[in-house]
Ligand binder design. Structure first.
Ligand code: KG4
Ligand code: ZN
Length: 374
């Protein structure tokens, strides 16, 4: 059950010739089963999943606290921690049962150890440590941000490198360069609000509830073209891969308040289409620019906002027009938002290269993507 050197070498040697310069990233199908239990508690989803060989989901249990936090208009950290504590053991039991496994059949226990809410992360980290210790299995610490990109493997994709990744979630908007599997280099990020945060804040002002992204996406669906002109921040050349959404958010909120003050109605679908178009245009433009500059052969989307239908459509269209040789990977919609299957998948290459965490692992609420490189 313990990882051995030959297994590591076999995976690394498993190079298939492709367009990229590095071996592709994929799960492997083989007789020997690597069964990893993943845990996710970084924000408002409690999740446990078992994934085989980095790509096959045997179980994927998620309990979302969205309805609980909705009445406060956003995530309340103390409530999130308490909910994780109440549910995590139950979800682990369900995940194992659904996978038809006992704990002793697991190869390793993996957990998101950051970034996120410290109290929430600690529930997952403590549970994973206790389980790894009790089962005498390796503990694997996974960066939640990197894990989002691994949701792309559940489409059966064999991702070629070099790649560019766009992570768009409630807390982050980051562009990364992935020269090879397992190596992520941050090349740009938001200076203020994350894309998902802008969706959530605009939706809140419109009274659409939390989380706002899916509501705005649904309102905009099938409507258009956009008639309202909202700002797009492209920033100066040396910050060409950075983002800023606070100006756009303020412009939209001011527009809504102005209309209300004048007693004029707000055309909700038009506003949703116009706001969404501003966010999507900047995300797509910068991702296409990065793909060209880095000579990427793949573009990976990840994070909750990657479920946005306009983002997927526009990214596909622009890449098709400007970089037709670049393959676009979008995770299945239900795996764009936080889940534990992506944590177990991200742990697989770490398991094979025996990058295990010590049992005094701590939560890292401000964990970032590895180093900036332009
Ligand atoms: O990745 P995620 O589940 O949590 C974080 O790690 O932050 O992302 C949640 C974010 C929320 O801001 C939510 O509004 C946004 O993803 N989101 C969407 C859509 N679905 C979820 N934003 C735009 N369009 C969507 N369809
Ligand atoms: Zn996330």
């Amino acid at each position: 059950m313990d990882p051995d050197k030959s297994r590591v070498n076999r995976w690394i040697d498993n190079k298939t010739p492709g367009r990229g310069k590095a071996p592709p990233l994929q799960g492997t199908h083989r007789d020997e089963r690597v069964l990893i239990l993943g845990l996710e508690t970084s924000c408002d989803e409690t999740a446990a999943a078992v994934v085989e060989n980095g790509c096959r989901i045997l179980s994927n249990r998620i309990s979302s606290q969205v309805r609980i936090h909705a009445r406060y208009g956003g995530v309340v950290p103390e409530i999130a921690s308490r909910c994780h504590l109440e549910l995590i053991n139950l979800l682990i039991e369900q995940a194992l049962r659904e996978a038809g496994l006992s704990g002793s059949q697991l190869s390793a226990v993996a957990v998101s150890y950051g970034p996120g809410l410290v109290g929430a992360l600690l529930i997952g980290v403590s549970t994973a440590k206790a389980l790894a210790y009790a089962l005498r299995r390796p503990l694997i610490a996974v960066n939640h941000l990197e894990a989002h990109f691994y949701s792309n493997l559940f489409t059966g994709a064999c991702i070629e490198f070099p790649a560019v990744g766009l992570l768009v979630s409630g807390g982050h908007t980051s562009l990364v360069y992935l020269p090879q599997p397992g190596k992520t280099i941050l090349i740009g990020q938001t200076r203020d609000d994350a894309a998902g945060e802008a969706f959530d804040k605009v939706a809140r002002v419109l009274g659409l509830g939390y989380p706002g992204g899916p509501a705005i996406d649904a309102l905009a669906s099938g409507k258009g073209p956009a008639t309202l002109e909202f700002p797009r921040a492209y920033l100066e050349a040396e910050s060409r891969f950075d983002f800023s959404f606070s100006g756009l958010k303020s412009a939209v909120i001011n527009y809504i308040h102005n209309r209300k003050q004048k007693g004029e109605p707000v055309d909700l679908p038009d506003l949703a289409v116009s706001f969404q178009a501003s966010v999507v245009e900047v995300l797509v433009e910068k991702t296409v620019l990065a793909a060209r500059e880095k000579e990427a052969v793949s573009v990976l989307l990840g994070g909750g906002v990657a479920a946005n239908s306009a983002l997927r459509r526009e990214m596909n269209r622009r890449l098709g027009e400007e970089c037709p040789r670049v393959a676009l990977y979008c995770p299945p919609s239900e795996l764009c938002t936080d889940n534990a299957a992506m944590v177990a998948a991200a742990a697989y290459p770490l398991f094979l290269s025996q990058k295990f965490a010590p049992l005094d692992l701590n939560a890292f609420p401000n964990l970032e993507l590895p180093g900036k490189d332009l």
